[in-house]
Design a protein around this ligand. Structure first.
Ligand SMILES: C[S@@+](CC[C@H](N)C(=O)[O-])C[C@H]1O[C@@H](n2cnc3c(N)ncnc32)[C@H](O)[C@@H]1O
Length: 292
């Protein structure tokens, strides 16, 4: 099934308005592939007929499905491993020390897709930091797609998904077989609070001040003004001594210079600049890479 350029531009604009994801004309083939099954489900004989239906005013349900179909939800457990190693070795121990009076810790996995990222964090906390069981730990996970949030909340994964990044010992300890799938145990599942949140929206639901934010592999889909807008909001939510993780191909450099890139163990993360300047480096094992 193919789309006329005019109909592709309509889809491109719709996706951009509702998610800030920029497709561009070189993604026309992608739209054709991803929308073909939706078009068939709607009983349309061609993609152009489908887009005609999409253009009908107030067809918001169908428009939301199109936007969801155009998101890339690729994810895996313990993706890139280093951020999780840094959490375990340095960041969480440091935060436990700093927050021992309040006994509270807040972590946000923004753009969590089907849940592997927040569940990786939840398993890591459960496995290595039993002391946190007496704390108020908020692990919030959000995504644009209602379908992803629903899947993530269920905590049910296919064999292929648990084969990707999940240590065998964690599979045995934290999952149960359910038919052909694997169900994450309720003691891990209940640690994560899932919400739908569009990072590009003007208003976000209320979030607590955050100690750690995972905002990985999503800024790449946006143009610079949208990245700036999102990082501006993130900056206000992140605690002054908090940690921001982006994807390997993402940076705050030239987008929001309030952040600076630091090394924590073998991973790279971003912290608010003043903190980096004033905190002792050696005991923290944190070295500022970008200096002003
Ligand atoms: C490639 S996945 C990244 C998942 C996970 N963070 C990781 O690194 O493995 C990108 C996710 O961003 C979500 N996304 C795209 N646009 C978004 C937006 N405007 N607001 C919130 N989430 C969005 C998609 O639905 C998708 O689940």
């Amino acid at each position: 099934m193919s789309l006329t350029l005019e109909n592709f531009d309509y889809v491109d604009e719709l996706v951009r308005q509702q998610s800030a994801i920029v497709l561009g004309r070189d993604k026309r083939y992608l739209a054709e592939t991803r929308l073909a099954s939706l078009a068939r489900e709607e009983g349309c004989e061609s993609l152009n007929e489908f887009v005609t239906r999409l253009r009908v005013p107030h067809n918001n349900g169908l428009r939301a499905k199109v936007v969801e179909a155009m998101t890339t939800n690729e994810t895996l457990f313990f993706r890139d491993s280093h951020p999780f190693e840094s959490l375990r070795q340095t960041i969480v121990p440091k935060l436990i020390e700093r927050r021992s009076a309040q006994r509270s810790l807040s972590i946000w996995s923004a753009a969590c897709s089907s849940g592997q990222e927040p569940y990786s964090i939840a398993m890591l906390l459960h496995e290595h930091f039993p002391v946190l069981q007496g704390w108020n730990v908020r692990l919030i996970a959000t995504d644009l797609c209602a379908g992803m949030i629903e899947r993530a909340r269920l905590g049910r994964f296919r064999q292929l998904e648990v084969n990707r990044g999940l240590p065998a010992a964690y599979l045995v300890k934290y999952f149960q077989r359910e038919g052909l799938d694997w169900q994450i145990n309720s003691n891990v599942r209940r640690l994560v609070q899932f919400l739908q949140l569009n990072l590009a929206a003007d208003n976000w639901p209320a979030l607590p001040p955050l100690d750690v934010i995972f905002l990985r592999n999503v800024l790449i889909y946006f143009e610079v003004p949208t990245r700036k807008q999102i990082l501006g909001k993130i900056r206000r939510l992140l605690r002054p001594d908090g940690y921001l993780f982006l994807g390997g191909a993402e940076t705050t450099f030239h987008v929001d210079d309030a952040f600076e890139c630091v090394s924590v163990d073998s991973s790279k993360c971003f912290r608010l600049r003043d903190v980096c300047r004033t905190e002792p480096r050696q005991p923290d094992n944190i070295h500022c890479l970008v200096t002003s």
